[in-house]
Unconditional design. Structure first.
Length: 113
């Protein structure tokens, strides 16, 4: 059975039209992509919504999930920019423990670590 993903392009287009039409210019380059990656979704989410409230950030973090491709992308980002686990966790608003677990789990796929 095939897993279906939400149509993020349509969802975010509707949100921009209704709530933040002034941000349309910032988001149009992301929304014009054929397929949106998790990085694109996180980027557009930060452009649209004001996430300065700490409680909101904590609550939203509970509902994030990452697939294998996204995790590998995050670990490649760490290697590319020479970040330690703490810096990477802060950048993507993750737990340091999650980063360490992913590095152990995907060590075979990323032998440079």
């Amino acid at each position: 059975m095939e897993k279906r993903q939400p149509d993020y392009k349509r969802i975010y287009s509707d949100i921009i039209e209704k709530r933040n039409p002034e941000n349309k210019d910032k988001c149009i380059s992301i929304l014009n992509k054929q397929v949106l990656s998790l990085f694109d979704i996180l980027n557009i989410n930060s452009l649209i919504f004001d996430t300065k409230n700490k409680n909101t950030l904590i609550e939203n973090q509970k509902h994030k999930s990452y697939n294998k491709d996204t995790i590998l992308g995050i670990l490649v980002y760490q290697k590319k920019y020479c970040l330690n686990n703490t810096q990477l966790a802060n950048h993507f608003k993750l737990s340091r423990n999650s980063v360490a677990k992913w590095k152990k789990q995907y060590r075979v796929l990323l032998p440079d670590f």
